[in-house]
Design a binder for this molecule. Structure first.
Ligand code: 13P
Length: 335
C-alpha cells in the first residue's frame, strides 16, 4: 500500500467522510450575510473552530478541507488549525485552486485556475500539515453545454493539479462538479456526468496519476433544480452508482460526494440509498459543505458564543451522514 493510498483510506474508511470548510472569503461572506453575521476573519474563525473542536470530528470526520485563510489562523487556545484537526485524528486538507474563471472562446462556461506557482504553494501547505488537496472543475448543463472545450480543458487542469499534489505527497481530491442549476432531466445529468468523469480519468491516466492515491468528489445524478420531473431517491441512487461503476477505474479507493445545494436531509437520504445500492468496491461517502454546516450555521448565527449547542447540532448532522455512509440511516433517527 502506498502512502497516498493509506492517507485516502484513512480519510474515508469506517463510516467517516469529509467536512468541506473551504469556502473562499467571497463564498463565506454570502453564507454569513444570509444569516446576518458580519463576515470578519474573527467570525469565520470562530464558526470554524467551533466545528473543528466538536466531538463529531473524532467519530465522523476523516478529513477537513480548509481555505488558505483558515490554515494560516490560530485558535483561541493558540494552536494552529492543522494541530487542532490532527488532535482529533482527522486529516487536514486544503483547497488549492484559485477559482473558476470565464473560459476563453466559450465565455459562458468556466475554467478553473491556479496551476501557476502551484508546486511552491503545495510545499508550503504540506509544511503547514495538509496531507490532501482539492480542486473543483465546474460544468453547467444546457442544450449545448458542457462543451467539449470545457470538458477537455477542465480535465487537463485537474490532471496537472493532481500530478503536482501527488509529487508533493498529498492526495488530490478530483472534483468535477456538474451543477444542479437548470431544467435538465436526470437522464441528461447521467449522460453529461459520465462524459465529464470519463474525460477526467483519460487525462489522469495520461498524466500518470497513481489512481490508488486520489479521491473522486462527484455530484450525484439528479434532475436540474428547475426540472418538472424530479428523480426519486431510488432512481438517484441506482443511476449514481451505475454512472460511477461505468466511468471510474476500479483502482480508485473512494468516492466522496458533494452536496451541491441539496438539503441536509436529501443529501443524507440519497447517500444512504447509494450505499444500500452500492454494488462496487468503492467506498461511497460524503464531502459535504452546506449539507454538514447549514443547521449549525443557522443556530450559531443567533448566538455566536453558544459553542456547546452549535456543536450538538453539528454532531447530530455528522452522525447522520456517517450512518448514511454505511447505509444505516433512517428518517426516524433524525428526531
Ligand atoms: P457543497 O457540499 O456545499 O456542495 O460543498 C462541497 C464543496 O466542496 C464544493 O466545492
Amino acid at each position: 500500500m502506498t502512502e497516498l493510498n493509506k492517507i485516502a483510506l484513512n480519510i474515508l474508511s469506517n463510516g467517516k467522510g469529509i467536512l468541506a470548510a473551504d469556502e473562499s472569503n467571497g463564498t463565506m461572506k454570502k453564507r454569513l450575510d444570509a444569516v446576518k453575521v458580519a463576515s470578519t476573519s474573527e467570525n469565520r474563525l470562530l464558526f470554524r473552530e467551533t466545528l473543528f473542536t466538536s466531538k463529531a470530528m473524532k467519530d465522523c470526520i476523516g478529513g477537513v478541507i480548509l481555505f488558505d485563510e483558515t490554515i494560516n489562523q490560530k485558535t483561541s487556545l493558540n494552536k494552529t488549525i492543522a494541530e487542532t484537526i490532527i488532535s482529533s485524528k482527522t486529516t487536514p486538507g486544503i483547497k488549492v485552486d484559485t477559482g473558476a474563471k470565464p473560459l476563453a472562446n466559450s465565455s459562458l462556461e468556466t475554467i478553473t485556475e491556479g496551476l501557476d506557482g502551484l508546486r511552491e504553494r503545495l510545499k508550503k501547505y504540506y509544511s503547514l500539515g495538509a496531507r490532501f488537496t482539492k480542486w473543483r472543475g465546474v460544468y453547467t448543463i444546457t442544450k449545448e453545454y458542457p462543451s467539449k472545450l470545457s470538458i477537455h480543458s477542465n480535465a487537463h487542469a485537474l490532471a496537472r493539479y493532481s500530478a503536482l499534489a501527488q509529487e508533493c505527497g498529498m492526495v488530490p481530491i478530483v472534483e468535477p462538479e456538474v451543477l444542479m442549476d437548470g431544467d435538465h432531466s436526470a437522464e441528461d445529468c447521467f449522460v453529461k456526468t459520465s462524459e465529464v468523469i470519463k474525460k477526467c480519468f483519460d487525462e489522469l491516466i495520461l498524466h500518470k496519476i497513481d489512481l490508488t492515491g486520489i479521491i473522486l468528489k462527484p455530484n450525484m445524478i439528479l434532475a436540474g433544480t428547475q426540472s418538472k420531473k424530479k428523480a426519486s431517491g431510488d432512481e438517484i441512487s441506482i443511476n449514481t452508482v451505475k454512472c460511477l461503476k461505468e466511468s471510474v477505474p476500479s483502482e480508485v479507493p473512494g468516492i466522496a460526494f458533494l452536496s451541491g445545494g441539496q438539503t441536509e436531509i436529501e443529501a443524507t437520504e440519497n447517500l444512504n440509498l447509494i450505499n444500500k445500492n452500492n454494488n462496487t468496491n468503492f467506498i461511497m461517502t460524503y464531502s459535504y459543505g452546506r449539507a454538514l454546516q447549514q443547521s449549525a450555521l443557522k443556530f450559531w448565527s443567533k448566538d455566536i458564543n453558544n459553542i456547546k449547542e452549535t456543536q450538538n447540532i453539528f454532531n447530530h448532522r455528522a452522525n447522520m451522514c456517517s450512518l448514511a455512509a454505511q447505509g444505516k440511516w433512517s428518517k426516524e433517527l433524525e428526531n
